[in-house]
Design a protein around this ligand. Structure first.
Ligand code: GDP
Ligand code: MN
Length: 348
């Protein structure tokens, strides 16, 4: 004797589809996460939110990258959460080590000095490899070569609103190459000579500098000095072919040769941002107001109550960083001549 199921179950052994995939075209796109095995439960939370808010309807792939092999627990949990295909890559040693031209003793002294000055991650070797990898190598990993678009996801991030359209398709249809949700000023202690290297690159490769670039976002004196504004790269949706272009590779290599990833602590956020700002047409950089996002310690909660209601957002709008004093997003709007979204004053 078997009890009747309390709700109708069409066929035993079949899992009901919670929501069928959204109809329409798919882009050649993937999520990408750099993580350690120990990041498993933090990345699991991020994946769950990305899936619930967007990807369960789109089923895009997810590439995981690590400087060590991923273990079975990591693969099992992440592949069960992702609705698309998952791929796991181990990073080649030459993309996660000191290049030959780096003076190890000089780099060690810098770490010691930064530790004393209590600069965040200042004493870390692995953080520097991470920043250099994200700046110059993630987009040319063998697994990434199969894709044209990426969406970067880090452990412990949150998505507060439904993503009610395909941002990859939006980027393609609107000729966007790079995007952000939060922008801010970099700690100058981590990049004292970055702009000197950038100026060297501009001199050596004027052919790569776009005539309608975003210099006004990056500099208040027409390129003489850097104002430290950058897009926060723990969230990015972007075009991989752009990162693989000669222009971006020449840019990265000029910076890499100067050694600032190790002699200072250059982050991938200012590197990507300056690259996008100088090499792209400013119209190719997009701000996603409607993608609500948190990475400690900042929140992007969409400006405009109508947007938040329509997208079923669960963020506190008073936490929105966009119009606060330490954000650079107002400069992005000014440069482009955009009107700020309705309701921004309430969040300043
Ligand atoms: P923060 O956001 O700048 O505080 O830095 P995170 O600790 O979040 O690191 C940035 C990204 O790199 C995250 O996706 C981390 O999981 C990843 N990451 C950082 N250090 C390492 C590392 O040593 N190995 C690997 N495989 N991933 C790392
Ligand atoms: Mn992080």
């Amino acid at each position: 004797y078997a009890a009747e199921p309390t709700s109708p179950n069409p066929k035993y052994g079949e899992v009901n589809e919670l929501s069928p995939p959204a109809p329409g075209e798919r882009m050649n796109a993937t999520f990408v996460t750099l993580a350690r095995n120990s990041d498993l439960w933090e990345i699991a939370r991020s994946i769950r939110q990305v899936e619930d808010r967007f990807n369960r309807n789109y089923n895009y792939d997810w590439v995981f990258l690590n400087d060590k092999p991923f273990d079975d627990a990591f693969k099992k949990v992440t592949s069960s959460l992702v609705s698309g295909k998952t791929h796991y890559g181990e990073i080649a040693e030459e993309h996660w080590s000191f290049p030959s031209w780096i003076d190890q003793e000089k780099a060690r002294q810098v770490r010691e000095d930064m530790a004393q000055r209590k600069i965040i991650y200042g004493d870390s070797i692995s953080y520097r490899h991470m920043c250099r990898f994200e700046s110059g190598f993630f987009f040319r990993q063998p697994l990434m070569m199969n894709y044209e678009w990426y969406w970067r996801v880090e452990p412990s991030v949150e998505l507060f609103c439904d993503v009610h359209y395909d941002p990859f398709k939006f980027m393609r249809d609107n000729k966007k190459k790079y995007s952000f949700v939060i922008s801010l000023y970099e700690y100058v202690e981590t990049i004292p000579t970055l702009w000197d290297s950038v100026k060297k690159f501009i001199k050596q490769h004027p052919e790569h500098i776009h005539k309608d670039n975003s210099m006004k976002f990056l500099s208040d004196d027409n390129g003489d000095t850097y104002n430290k504004c950058h897009f926060w790269s723990n969230f990015e949706i972007g075009n991989l072919n752009w990162l693989r272009s000669k222009a971006y590779i020449d840019f990265f290599e000029t910076l890499d040769k100067d050694g600032g990833f190790f002699y200072e602590r250059w982050g991938d956020a200012p590197v990507h941002s300056i690259g996008a700002g100088l090499l792209l047409d400013k119209s190719e950089i997009h701000f996603f107001n409607d993608i609500a996002y948190y990475h400690v310690p900042f929140t992007h909660c969409p400006t405009g109550e109508d947007v938040r209601v329509k997208l079923k957002c669960h963020c506190d709008p008073s936490q929105n960083f966009d119009w606060k004093g330490y954000s650079c997003t107002n400069r992005f709007f000014e440069m482009n001549g955009y009107d700020k979204p309705k309701g921004w004053e309430e969040q300043a």
